[in-house]
Design a protein around this ligand. Structure first.
Ligand SMILES: [Ca+2]
Ligand SMILES: [Ca+2]
Ligand SMILES: [Ca+2]
Length: 423
């Protein structure tokens, strides 16, 4: 157990050490406004004088912040350690600093790179503020266990600031009633940032009640095999590479690989993605494969909008929305389904189709939901003129209970079909 005496000794040592890094007027400017009369004020000096990460408990909220001036490159991991009823905050490359509120809440510093926070002390949200720098954050759990995230309304909020940031959501988390998952990397992003969000293999992020899930990034958003993001009555919004100036490079906007995006209740589901510009092609806007599913809820509209990247190259296959492989689908539990795909590619190249449904995959709606598919091929002529609006190939289907399939050129081959089911 860390005592006040040992803590103050450590802080005095730290201030002495840090003072060597400053001199003259600059040092006085930093120290004079903060009379060092209590342990708490000494702690505040540490924040100002060192490049570090602060862990605090504020009104029951666990807040982890990059508090360095201008921001540092963080390699943070926040682990749900259910077996020991604690959060483990660690960063092998940065010094962690525990605020007075954190100490009062029972959090402890194990070493300068690791802080433990008891579950019972966190009665509010968890918020991670990465700020400036090229940051990497992993939300994890020990032994790949599934964890339940606390009391009603508790939310997980991640902000990444400027720099090229990657967020890895690797823990399976069951959110308490009405709690939100908010990983919006866009509102505080720099204009040229390449930010990414990865949902790890078998990581299931399950919200409940009116809890909403928001994932937004300037680069790609990928859901690995076996993973899911599921809401009940809360809205589910996933947006990749939607800013005014698209991100360059080799990327699929939203990649749903044997994974699931779903509202099981009345939540609106919105998935928008844009591909990168790598010349080899395959820069899909939204890619649903290997049994992947994007599913709308019982009444709310499902919108899937994909734009192929501005890649170049013959047959570059920069599809707007690409659904492929057996059991892959875009569907709903009764709500209407709207799929909008725009082929990418620049120059006189081909196979830049708007919407492609391939290899025994399907677009449909449950119940009496209407299905509207709007596909636009790249507006360049294409070699052989093969930039289709909508392509169905190899036992694929669009099943509509009303709605429409629209596209300047629609190709249906390989025992595929567009059919209207009886209402
Ligand atoms: Ca940072
Ligand atoms: Ca950052
Ligand atoms: Ca960023």
């Amino acid at each position: 157990m860390t005592t006040w005496a040992t803590m103050v000794r450590g802080l005095v040592s730290r201030v002495r050490h840090t003072n060597r890094a400053f001199s003259g007027r600059a040092l006085r400017r930093r120290l004079i406004p903060l009379s060092v009369t209590t342990a708490i004020e000494v702690l505040e000096n540490r924040v100002l004088l060192s490049s570090t990460t602060e862990v605090t408990l504020s009104g029951g909220d666990l807040v982890v912040s990059d508090v360095s001036i201008g921001g540092q490159a963080d390699t943070l991991t926040l682990t749900f350690d259910a077996a020991n009823s604690q959060f483990v905050v660690s960063d092998p490359n940065q010094n962690l600093y525990l605020s007075a509120e954190g100490i009062a809440g029972g959090a402890v510093v194990i070493d300068e790179h690791t802080v433990l926070v008891p579950f019972e002390s966190v009665t509010g949200n968890i918020q991670v503020d990465m700020q400036g720098g090229d940051d990497n954050l992993t939300i994890d759990s020990t032994l790949a266990e599934s964890v339940t995230f606390g009391t009603p309304d508790r939310s997980l909020i991640i902000n990444s600031g400027s720099g090229n940031d990657t967020i890895n959501l690797d823990a399976s988390i069951s959110f308490a009633l009405d709690g939100n998952l908010n990983v919006d990397l866009q509102y505080d992003s720099g204009a040229t940032d390449i930010d990414a969000i990865h949902v790890g293999p078998d990581a299931n992020l399950l919200l409940s009640g009116s809890g909403a899930a928001t994932l937004k990034a300037s680069g790609n958003i990928a859901l690995a095999s076996g993973s899911s993001v599921v809401t009940v009555n809360g809205n589910l919004t996933i947006e990749a590479n939607q800013q005014a100036v698209p991100t360059v490079g080799n990327s699929i906007g939203v990649d749903v690989n044997n994974a699931m995006i779903q509202s099981t209740g009345t939540g609106l589901v919105t998935v928008r993605g844009r591909g990168g510009d790598e010349s080899g092609g395959l820069q899909y806007g939204v890619y649903v494969s290997q049994g992947g599913i994007i599913a709308g809820g019982t009444t709310g509209l499902l919108t899937v909008q994909g734009t192929g990247g501005d890649a170049t190259g013959l047959f570059s296959n920069n599809f707007g929305v690409y659904v492929t492989d057996s059991n892959s689908s875009i569907t709903s539990s009764g709500g209407d389904v709207l799929v909008i795909g725009t082929g990418g590619g620049t120059g006189d190249f081909s196979s830049n189709n708007g919407v492609v449904v391939f290899a025994a995959s399907h677009i449909a709606a449950g119940g009496s939901g209407a299905v509207t598919v709007v596909g636009t091929g790249s507006d360049t002529p294409g070699v052989g003129g093969t930039n289709y609006g909508v392509v169905l190939d190899s036992d694929s289907s669009i099943t509509s209970n009303g709605g429409d399939v629209q596209g300047r050129r629609i190709k249906i081959v390989g025992n595929s079909r567009i059919c209207e089911a009886p209402r």
